[in-house]
Design a protein around this ligand. Structure first.
Ligand code: SF4
Ligand code: SF4
Length: 252
């Protein structure tokens, strides 16, 4: 028997004998592979209900498990085949939380390319649904936070603060969180880029494009890094946005 998603089956449940003859018929080779059955009785259907009742999770009910999403997913195809959107949806709908937990180390790896959503023939908002599954698990303490999630939070806070992406502060603030010593300005207490410890990979990443930038653009960027410009009237909008995000559970 061929197994198309072999990574989903625990190795101890896959049995293959050197030679197998049944009723006088030699079924050795590819047909000589047996997946032992399993019994699952600890499922939580309330988990699926919680996802269906959340604004971004409703479309999970439309999924008919065709696997177009998984076939399109770059994380599944080029990084780790254990990252499988179709399978995560399947497990969530059945309330098989312990099975989801076994894949907790890969579940954060979505790069939000939306290929899955674009190709889904049933209109499932796959990326959103997967995020709801993760958020629900995190809220219940069923899954640990991963670095990408911590970065998401840091990124969101930065956008909420300025109404824009403040590259220098985002990058060097994150570096500080990783344990590097950064120098901060005495008034706003924000990191001053490149004045403290800077990892070698970051120096190389930044220096390459800097060499090809014109001087006025460099001066403008340096000014932004030091004075942290904000979007006009952002303070009022920020409060509304923060409140909505809190109500929807997007800020934890
Ligand atoms: S492509 Fe859509 S319908 Fe098919 S498995 Fe993925 S989510 Fe389900
Ligand atoms: S949005 Fe995430 S799950 Fe969907 S195809 Fe891209 S990486 Fe895969």
């Amino acid at each position: 028997m061929a197994i198309h998603e072999r990574s989903l089956v625990e190795p101890e449940r896959i049995v293959r004998k050197e030679r197998l003859v049944i009723d006088g018929v030699d079924v050795s080779g590819d047909w000589n592979l047996i997946i032992l059955p399993r019994v699952i009785n600890d499922y939580d259907l309330d988990f699926a209900k919680e996802i269906i009742n959340s604004p971004d999770g409703k479309t999970i009910t439309l999924c008919y498990q065709c696997s177009y999403c998984t076939a399109s997913c770059p994380v599944h195809n080029y990084w780790d085949e254990r990252y499988n959107p179709r399978h995560f949806i399947y497990l969530a709908r059945l309330g098989l939380i312990d099975e989801l937990q076994k894949r907790a180390d890969v579940m954060w790896r979505c790069v939000s390319c939306h290929k899955c959503t674009h190709r889904c023939p049933k209109g499932v908002l796959v990326e959103e649904v997967l995020k709801v599954i993760l958020r629900t698990m995190a809220k219940k303490g069923l899954i640990d936070e991963y670095p990408s999630k911590k970065f998401d939070k840091f990124f969101t806070e930065s956008v909420l603060e300025y109404g824009r992406i403040e590259d220098g502060e985002l990058l060097f603030g994150w570096i500080e969180k990783q344990g590097y010593n950064v120098v901060k300005d005495p008034i706003l207490k924000k990191p001053i880029p490149f004045l403290g410890e800077t990892p070698e990979w970051l120096k190389q990443l930044v220096m390459k494009p800097i060499k090809s930038m014109n001087i006025s653009f460099l001066v403008l960027n340096a000014k932004h890094m030091l004075f942290h410009p904000r979007t006009k009237s952002w303070n009022k909008f920020k409060q509304v946005l923060r409140k909505v995000m809190q109500e929807e559970g997007a800020l934890t």
